[in-house]
Structures are given as structure tokens and as C-alpha cells.
Design a protein around this ligand. Structure first.
Ligand code: NAD
Length: 311
């Protein structure tokens, strides 16, 4: 192995990550807007690819990366990396598992309050000079049931904050949820159908996979309360957007908060203009703190991997 690693950063990351890697002696090439064709032609020169969610590290990209040793995702989800193919080529894939937990959790809580009180709609009408106080009857979070689908790092943190807001927590996960956490937030552990039928708010925190694609299809969404809200900050594709649109349009559910979309940027603008839909452009992890932490975690992990592989 050569004395240093050459690192290609393909998406914009906090500069602290580049600084840490450079200080450790790595050669860092920062190309945050690199086009696919250029990536395909350059990748063979690098030991490491660093990406966020813009760059798709497909089988073809990996195939061209003859010297690749590590693919690093400055974030949580690995759905833009062909992890199976990377593994088959003995390339390590690393991520910054917990860096976005607080940022995403706080966006979930903000989205729930915004929807429950129609804050974006109220602001937009007021900015047009419309004082529509009487039609802006909201609802409170306190005492309501929050269903958490996927009780991992983010799901657990959302539960803690929601508990402080005096919400009742229902949780569903494919793996057993620890007794300690269940006790901490007085969680009701339920199956998915029961959670969906009983919750006033549902928040989704599962990874996107073949098992979770359209997990929230028409059948499951139709089980929601008419007064229920759904928040998806996880990944587009987990909720069937067409089914969701139909249910919102027919007033079969109360509202939706969407930070992620099956196609980004989303194509169905009309859907987003509904007063009971709150759309954000995939900003879950978009805080200074989360980006700084993710870049630092990835840089430190890469240095550690380099030292391990150099022994
Ligand atoms: P995590 O791995 O800690 O938790 C995921 C949980 O989902 C785990 O407990 C797992 O057992 C559970 N799970 C997996 N498949 C399931 C299924 N079919 N049904 C029920 N539970 C299932 O991950 P995390 O840090 O909590 O992140 C959750 C997701 O949030 C990530 O996968 C990522 O896609 C998304 N995310 C989005 C943003 C954003 O910018 N909006 C930022 C960070 C993470």
C-alpha cells in the first residue's frame, strides 16, 4: 500500500473533515459538484471516496475504482452506495451513524408543531395580508399518541423529546426494543397496524430497503385516524406518495410532513401546495452541528482505518 491515501470528496462536506484528513497527511481532492462522467474517469486514482447523498456510488463507479479501499458516507443512510457490491470487492463502507440524530429529531418535532398549528400556512396567508385567525384552529401535542416506526437512534431521541412534551409513545421495530428505553419513555410496544390505527402522529425512522419500500402503501395509510398526521424524515420511497396524496385530498388524514421524496427534488408541486402538507428539501441533517460532527467522525474513522490497514 502507498504511504498516503488519496481521498476524493464528491459532495459538499464541512471543511473540518478536509482539514483533519489533510493534517493526517492524506491527499484530499475536494470536488463537491463532480459530474458522474468525471467521477467514472477519475475514480481509479483514489483509495477513498467520500460522499453525502448527491453522489450515487453504483456498481459501475465501484467497478472503475481499482484502488478503492473505503467508501465513506458523511451521514447515516447508505442507500446511495451499492454496499453489497463494495463488500464483494473487499471495499469497506463506513458512515457517521449518530451524527444527525439530534438534527433530524428536532426537525420532526418542529414539523409536528408546524402541522398541528398550521404555522407555515398561517404565515403564508398573513404575508399576503389575510387575517384568517378563525380558520386556523389547531391541535395540541400534549396527551396525543405518537407512533414511532423504527426505534433506532433517531426514533429513540424523538421519543425522548416527545415525552417531555407529554405525548404518549407507541413504538414498532423489527428488532426487540430495549426494556430500559421502553421504561424511560413509558412506551407501548405495538405491531405496525396497531401503531398506525392508534397514533395521532406517526413518525418514520426506518432505513430504505426492499423491505421498507412503500411500507406505507395505500392499505396501511388507510388505517390512519382521520385526524392523524404522518411525518417522514427517513427516506422517500418508504411512503407511497400517490396514495398519500389521494388520502390527503379526500381528507381521510389530517396532514403530512415530508422532508424526503421518492424523486428529489419532488415533481408533484401541487401536492406540496396543500395547506396541510409541510415539505422541506431533505434538510434533516442540515445543521452546522450535525454536518461538523459527521465530517469529523468520518475523517477520524478514515484515519483509524488507514492505521489499521498499514500495520
Ligand atoms: P438506526 O439504524 O439507528 O435506526 C433504524 C431502525 O429501524 C433500527 O432500529 C432498525 O431495527 C429499524 N428497522 C429497520 N427496518 C425496519 C422495518 N422494516 N420495520 C421496522 N423497523 C425497522 O438509524 P437512524 O440513525 O435512526 O436513522 C433512521 C433513518 O433516518 C436512516 O436510515 C436514514 O435513512 C434517515 N435519515 C434521514 C436524514 C435526513 O436528512 N432527513 C438524516 C439522517 C438519517
Amino acid at each position: 500500500m502507498s504511504g498516503v491515501w488519496k481521498v476524493l470528496v464528491c459532495d459538499s462536506i464541512d471543511k473540518i473533515g478536509v482539514e483533519i484528513l489533510s493534517k493526517a497527511g492524506m491527499i484530499v481532492d475536494y470536488q463537491p459538484d463532480i459530474a458522474l462522467e468525471k467521477l467514472m474517469s477519475l475514480v481509479s486514482d483514489y483509495d477513498v471516496l467520500v460522499v453525502r447523498s448527491r453522489t450515487n456510488v453504483s456498481k459501475d463507479v465501484i467497478e472503475n475504482g481499482n484502488s478503492l479501499k473505503v467508501i465513506a458516507r458523511v451521514g447515516v443512510g447508505l442507500d446511495n452506495v451499492d454496499t453489497n457490491y463494495a463488500k464483494s470487492k473487499n471495499i469497506q463502507v463506513i458512515n457517521a451513524q449518530e451524527a444527525a440524530t439530534i438534527a433530524v429529531s428536532e426537525l420532526v418535532i418542529g414539523s409536528m408543531i408546524s402541522l398541528a398549528r398550521l404555522i407555515p400556512y398561517a404565515h403564508s396567508e398573513l404575508s399576503k395580508g389575510n387575517w384568517i385567525k378563525k380558520s386556523l384552529m389547531g391541535t395540541e401535542l400534549s396527551g396525543k399518541y405518537l407512533g414511532i416506526v423504527g426505534v433506532g437512534n433517531i426514533g429513540r431521541n424523538v421519543g425522548r423529546i416527545a415525552r417531555a412534551l407529554r405525548m404518549n409513545i407507541i413504538g414498532y421495530d423489527i428488532y426487540p426494543i430495549s426494556r430500559e428505553y421502553i421504561n424511560e419513555v413509558s412506551m407501548i410496544n405495538a405491531d405496525l397496524n396497531t401503531l398506525v390505527e392508534s397514533s395521532d402522529f406517526i413518525t418514520i425512522h426506518v432505513p430504505l430497503s426492499s423491505d421498507t419500500y412503500h411500507l406505507f402503501d395505500k392499505k396501511l395509510l388507510s388505517r390512519m385516524k382521520k385526524s392523524g398526521y404522518i411525518i417522514n424524515t427517513s427516506r422517500g420511497g418508504i411512503v407511497d406518495e400517490i396514495a398519500l396524496h389521494d388520502l390527503l385530498k379526500d381528507q381521510k388524514i389530517a396532514g403530512a410532513g415530508l422532508d424526503v421524496f421518492e424523486i428529489e427534488p419532488p415533481t408533484n408541486r401541487k401536492f406540496l401546495e396543500m395547506p396541510n402538507v409541510l415539505g422541506t428539501p431533505h434538510i434533516g441533517a442540515q445543521t452546522k452541528e450535525a454536518q461538523g460532527l459527521a465530517a469529523r467522525v468520518i475523517a477520524e474513522k478514515l484515519i483509524h482505518r488507514f492505521q489499521e490497514m498499514s500495520i
